[in-house]
Design a protein around this ligand. Structure first.
Ligand code: GLC
Length: 747
């Protein structure tokens, strides 16, 4: 197979830089065609089969080996025994009909052995370098055991914290999600996909999975095309722009048609518009789930629908394996379509270098949990942590005596969060571990054994300890199992008796630092007044405890900002900052809080606006929100011109001052509003952000540049364009505050 490389190398050396991509493409396609020409229909169908296995299998089944030997398997997921990986690959490349290598896939979502914060936490870093480094480390560690394909990044915009998979999402904003999605792909796939430490990325779940009604996983989505194109599609476009090798279809139906059988999504958008040339894989059994959806009559019909939509590889179910040959004989699917599936699959296997080096690169086998990897994981945890409240209690002085309490203060498995099949909890540094290592003067009493614990038997010890200490650090939250796939919650407050214990602790009069480890925003309206500080660490991963200790004691400051609006209650979900204004926008002038309404009030005596009588109309904390240990002030926003033409850029400046006593970092955010559009437009849209470090007392001018290109949107005719008119612009610390100015975009 090295022959192929020799051709490529010769061709590339003999042609100018400008044409080499086309030449390389042509050579690649000729090579693919040469393999395809030798394959029977059975051989081709074999390549479309992604065989599911158990990561805990103790033996390698003879039946599986025989299927590989006969070329009936194109890829495998969850083979976690390296001897099995090596043996199966050897069978494929030495004994199968065309010696086509296998590709081994795994959910390497936020780390492999070294576990980083969950993706919603990584999103809170607002830092593409954090995203890129986390996925690079994951690729290095996982490729050493033969994994060359991860089912990540998950790019589903999420607007409902009841949804369990919000833990895996990049949050609610398409711009932030696009910045992160690009970086994840770059980290996974490295500088070149055929580098042995590179693993193929998989942009998932295409598309709209996060719009599930009620936040109920797998549920129905209704997504009008402008919403699809302006909110859900951009992160996928960003991932494909940097060469994401594969795309996974979503479980959900989109406007009545399941994603796995949706030609508009998989052909019109993905192939025809976005020119995607990798391969599309279904999600787990999502092909045959079209039967349950009521879209396919049976397995064969499901296979026909998926094939005609353009699904290349079928995960775990066997609709293709059992029916594709017959469907082709009946003319319901053509062999040309099957050829396209196989070409897409072979193209990625070639780009991964599997034809030249099919066996795993063992040089990195010992790199699990290297110091460099752990340091990056700690840095990510620090940058992901969001300070939501601080009533003059943080940072603690070194000699503070701390009562370390709560069900997640020493929960090494739960601290890693969802989708950490391969993380080893014995390597987790919990807050208790970190307090001990740092010789913090502390007394640890869990108070509750796990997040859902309803027992009060340990309360007394916890309360006694609190009274004997200066400050309580209460590490609360959710066990990992309470978020992630299929784990949606209708109530999203602290489970178990955590709120009860916090209120009891509050009666001691000791300051309480509430630390939340969870896979979603947790409603804390009931207890916010009982605590003096709130740190959201998400599920912070392997190094979360050390990161927390350094933040609590001021060695570092919490650097995160919310990637998702933080609700007061589940009842106000879905909620998102980039909402439409409506014809009757909520406003404080009209709003009368429910318990302020006079008894016997006249029916139309209240504000007729879009709000809730009981909780108003705002989130508890807005998208982009996060405090630091110092204080920043924004001054003097100014824009370069009041009117810009379509081919011009506009410069927006503002002054940022650190008016606190500590050096600190701010994430300066830029939002715009297209005031009037051919369809209604969001009240605000994030268009840029910058990380700015300022010493105490320092002032700096922050400059943003935006072009009309960034003001484009897709209207009701799917025309993607910017429109003439007035625009508002804000520069500030989050989506609900900042300095405002305006400009006119003129055709
Ligand atoms: C799961 C998930 C998907 C994952 C796949 C393989 O059901 O929906 O995100 O990659 O199956 O584990």
């Amino acid at each position: 197979m090295k022959f192929y490389l020799v051709i490529i190398a010769f061709v590339l050396m003999s042609c100018s830089q400008t044409k080499d991509a086309n030449i390389k493409h042509d050579v690649e396609e000729k090579y693919i065609d040469s393999i395809l020409a030798q394959m029977s229909i059975d051989d081709k169908i074999g390549q479309t089969n992604l065989r599911g296995t158990s990561s805990r299998a103790k033996t390698l089944s003879e039946a599986l080996k025989e299927d590989v030997r006969q070329g009936k398997v194109g890829a495998l997921l969850n083979v976690m025994n390296v001897e099995f990986v090596d043996e199966l690959q050897k069978i494929a490349v030495e004994e199968s009909p065309h010696k086509i290598p296998l590709i081994f896939g795994r959910d390497v979502i936020h780390g492999f052995k070294t576990i980083f914060p969950i993706p919603l936490g990584l999103a809170a870093s607002w830092d593409e370098n954090v995203a890129r480094s986390s996925s690079r480390v994951a690729a290095i560690e996982s490729s050493s055991v033969g994994i060359r394909w991860t089912f990540a990044p998950m790019l589903d915009i999420a607007r409902d914290s009841r949804w369990g998979r919000i833990a895996e999402s990049p949050g609610e904003d398409p711009y932030l999600a696009s910045v992160l999605g690009k970086a994840y792909v770059e980290g996974f796939q490295g500088d070149s996909l055929n580098n042995p430490t590179s693993i193929a990325a998989c942009a998932k779940h295409f598309i709209g999975y996060g719009a599930a009604i009620g936040g109920r996983d797998y549920n129905t989505t209704l997504i009008p095309e402008p919403l699809l194109r302006n909110v859900y599609l951009p992160p996928f476009e960003a991932a494909l722009d940097v060469g994401a090798a594969t795309v996974m279809t979503a479980f959900n139906e989109v406007n009545g048609i399941p994603a796995t059988g949706n030609q508009f999504l998989l052909k019109d958008i993905l192939r025809d518009e976005l020119k995607f040339d990798g391969f599309v894989v279904s999600d787990w059994d999502s092909t045959i789930e079209m039967i349950a959806h009521g879209y396919a009559r049976d397995e064969k019909h499901a296979g026909e629908l998926a094939a005609n939509a353009g699904m290349d590889m079928e995960m775990t179910s066997t609709a293709y394996q059992n029916n594709l040959k017959e469907l082709i004989a009946e003319g319901k699917v053509t062999e040309q379509q099957l050829d396209e599936f196989v070409k897409n699959i072979l193209r990625i296997k070639i780009r991964l270098g599997l034809f030249d080096e099919p066996y795993r690169d063992k040089t990195n086998e010992a790199n699990f949990y290297s110091k460099a990897h752990l340091d990056l994981a700690k840095e990510a945890a620090i940058k992901s942590t969001v300070l939501l409240k601080n009533k003059d209690v943080l940072p603690l002085s070194k000699n503070t005596k701390v009562a370390l309490i709560g069900p997640l203060a020493d929960a090494p498995l739960d601290q890693m969060g969802t989708w950490t099949f391969d993380g080893d909890k014995t390597h987790t540094v919990t807050p208790l571990d970190a307090f001990k290592s740092a010789n913090i003067n502390h007394v640890y009493k869990p108070g509750l054994t796990h997040s859902r614990d309803l027992s009060k038997t340990q309360f007394k010890k916890a309360l006694t300890t609190a009274k004997q200490c200066d400050v309580v650090v209460f590490v609360a939250g959710e066990e990992a199992i309470l978020s992630g796939e299929a784990h949606s919650r209708a109530h999203i407050n602290l489970p178990g008796a955590q709120e009860v214990l916090i209120k009891e602790l509050s009666k001691t009069g000791k300051p309480i630092v509430l630390v939340i480890m969870a896979g979603r925003p947790i409603t804390i309206t009931n207890i916010i007044n009982d605590v003096d500080a709130v740190l959201m660490t998400w599920h912070p991963g392997t190094m979360g405890g050390e990161a927390l200790q350094e933040i609590v004691f001021g060695l570092r400051e919490p650097e995160g900002r919310l990637p998702i609006s933080w609700p007061k209650t589940a009842g106000q979900l879905p909620y998102f900052y980039n909402h439409k204004n409506t014809g009757r926008p909520a406003n404080k002038e009209d709003y009368v809080a429910m318990y302020d309404i006079p008894v016997g009030a006249w029916q139309s005596s209240l504000g007729n606006d879009s709000h809730y009588l009981d909780i108003g109309y705002k989130p508890h904390f807005p998208f982009g929100y996060g405090l630091s240990y110092t204080e920043f002030r924004y001054d003097a926003i100014k824009i370069s011109k009041d009117t810009i033409n379509f081919n011009e850029d506009i410069i927006i400046n503002a002054t940022l001052s650190n008016i606190g006593k500590r050096d600190g970092k701010e994430i300066v955010q830029l939002y715009t509003q297209d005031v009037v559009g051919s369809i209604t437009r969001p009240v605000k849209e994030l268009k840029g952000f910058q990380h700015v470090s300022l010493k105490a007392g320092e002032t700096k001018e922050v400059t943003f540049k935006i072009s009309s290109e960034q003001l484009k949107f897709s209207n009701h005719k799917a025309v993607y364009a910017a429109e003439e008119g007035h625009f508002n612009v804000w520069v500030g610390p989050n989506s609900s505050s900042g300095l405002k100015d305006a400009f006119y975009l003129k055709k």
